[in-house]
Design a protein around this ligand. Structure first.
Ligand code: NAD
Ligand code: GDU
Length: 322
C-alpha cells in the first residue's frame, strides 16, 4: 500500500537516497530541509520540496502523513566538539519541536537516523544494541539524547518508532550521493585525490592496535541502508521504540580502503601519515543481527570495491557539474 511520508533532511546525502527509494516504491514524498548542509539538487524530482526548518514542522504536518523519516541534523563529530551548543540546539531542540508537531498532527510513526557514535569507545566488537552507550563527542551525545527522547515519547504517547544506528555510510545511488562541503569522510576524500582535487590523503594514525595500525570501520552501502528504512516503516509498532544497528559486520582498515580505491580508480592516491584524529575509536564493527531478525533486513552490497565504485561514479558525475 502506498503512503505519504515527510522526509526531514531529504536534500542531504542519506535522506535524498531514501527519498528516491520511497518514490521508486510508489510512495508520496515531501522533503523538509533548510539547506544548511544539503543541496536543492539532492531532492529527487518526484518529491515535493519545502525549504524550511524542522522547528517549524507544525506548519506543514497534518494527519495526511503516514510517518516521518527524520534525517535532518548536524553530523560532524569534530565540529561538535568545538561548537557543542550548535548540536544540542539543532539535533535535540529541533527533534523536540518535530516530536511535538507530530503529536499535534497525530502522525504516530517515526524512523530516526541514529549513529554508531552513540556507543563511543566500544566495550567489544561486534557492537550490539544492548552494549553500553558512552558517546565521546557532543554529536554522539545529542543523538543518544534523541534516542532517549523517542523512547519516552513511545512509552507515554504511543509513538511507534525505529532508531537506525548507522555505521560508516558510503557509496551512492545513481544521481544521489555524498557531497558534503567541507567533506570529512574518508571515502569521498580519497576519491577527491583520484579526481586531482587534493594532492594526498592523510591517514589519521598508523599506531592503533589493529592488523595494519590504521582504524577499522564497518562500511555500509547507502542503498542497503535505504532499504532498511522502508522495512523499518513496516516494523514500527505503536508504543514501541526499536533500535537497530546497520552495518555489514565486516571491518576494513583505512589502508584497505585506500588500496581498494586505488584499484577501482586506477589512480596511485598518494597517502601521508598524520596524527590521530581526536575521538576516533580503533575498531567499530556492527552486529546487525537485530536488523536482520526484527526488520528482515538483508544487505546485498557488502563488497568494499562495489561500494567505492558507486561512490567513484558519483564523484566523477558531480565533478563534471562543477
Ligand atoms: N553519513 C553518515 O555516515 C552517517 C552516519 C551515522 C548517522 N548519520 C545521520 O544520518 C543523517 C543524515 O546524514 P547525512 O550524511 O545525509 O547528512 P547531510 O548533512 O548530508 O544531511 C542532513 C540534511 O539535514 C538538513 N538539516 C539540518 N538541520 C536542519 C533543520 N533544522 N531543519 C531542516 N533541515 C535541516 C541539511 O540541510 C541536510 O540536507 C544525520 O542525522 C546524521 O547524523 C549519518
Ligand atoms: O582524511 C581522513 C578521513 C578519515 N580518516 C579515518 O578514516 C576512518 C573513517 O572516518 P570517517 O570520517 O569517514 O568516518 P567516522 O568513522 O569518523 O564517522 C562515521 O561513523 C561515526 C560512528 O562513530 C558516526 O556515525 C559518523 O556520523 C560517521 O560519519 C577514521 O578512522 C578516520 O580517522 C583518515 O584517516 N583520513
Amino acid at each position: 500500500m502506498s503512503g505519504k511520508y515527510l522526509v526531514t533532511g531529504g536534500a542531504g546525502y542519506v535522506g535524498s537516497v531514501v527519498a528516491q527509494h520511497l518514490l521508486e516504491a510508489g510512495h508520496e514524498v515531501v522533503v523538509l530541509d533548510n539547506l544548511s548542509t544539503g543541496f536543492r539538487e539532492g531532492v529527487p524530482a518526484g518529491a515535493v520540496f519545502i525549504e524550511g526548518d524542522i522547528r517549524d514542522a507544525g506548519r506543514w504536518l497534518d494527519d495526511s502523513f503516514d510517518a516521518v523519516l527524520h534525517f535532518a541534523a548536524f553530523s560532524q563529530v569534530g565540529e561538535s566538539v568545538v561548537k557543542p551548543e550548535k548540536y544540542w540546539d539543532n539535533n535535540v531542540g529541533g527533534t523536540m519541536a518535530l516530536l511535538a508537531a507530530m503529536r499535534e498532527a497525530g502522525v504516530r510513526t517515526l524512523v530516526f537516523s541514529s549513529t554508531a557514535a552513540t556507543y563511543g569507545e566500544p566495550a567489544g566488537v561486534p557492537i550490539t544494541e544492548t552494549d553500553p552507550t558512552a558517546p565521546t563527542s557532543p554529536y554522539g551525545a545529542s543523538k543518544l539524547a534523541v534516542d532517549h527522547m523517542i523512547t519516552g515519547e513511545a512509552a507515554a504517547h504511543g509513538l511507534g518508532a525505529v532508531s537506525l544506528r548507522y555505521f560508516n555510510v558510503a557509496g551512492a545511488y545513481g544521481a544521489y550521493g555524498e557531497r558534503h562541503d567541507p567533506e570529512s569522510h574518508l571515502i569521498p576524500l580519497v576519491l577527491q585525490v583520484a579526481l586531482g582535487r587534493r594532492e594526498t590523503i592523510s591517514v589519521f594514525g598508523d599506531d592503533y592496535p589493529t592488523p595494519d595500525g590504521t582504524c577499522v570501520r564497518d562500511y555500509i552501502h547507502v542503498a542497503d541502508l535505504a532499504e532498511a528504512h522502508l522495512l523499518a516503516l513496516r516494523a514500527a509498532r505503536p508504543g514501541e521504540h526499536l533500535i537497530c544497528n546497520l552495518g555489514n559486520g565486516n571491518g576494513f582498515s583505512v589502508r584497505e580502503v585506500i588500496d581498494t580505491a586505488r584499484k577501482v580508480t586506477g589512480h596511485p592516491i598518494p597517502e601521508v601519515v598524520a596524527p590521530r584524529r581526536g575521538g576516533d575509536p580503533a575498531v567499530l564493527v556492527a552486529s546487525a543481527a537485530a536488523a536482520r531478525e526484527k526488520l528482515g533486513w538483508n544487505p546485498s552490497r557488502a563488497d568494499l570495491a562495489d561500494i567505492i565504485a558507486d561512490a567513484w561514479e558519483f564523484a566523477q558525475h558531480i565533478a563534471k557539474e562543477r
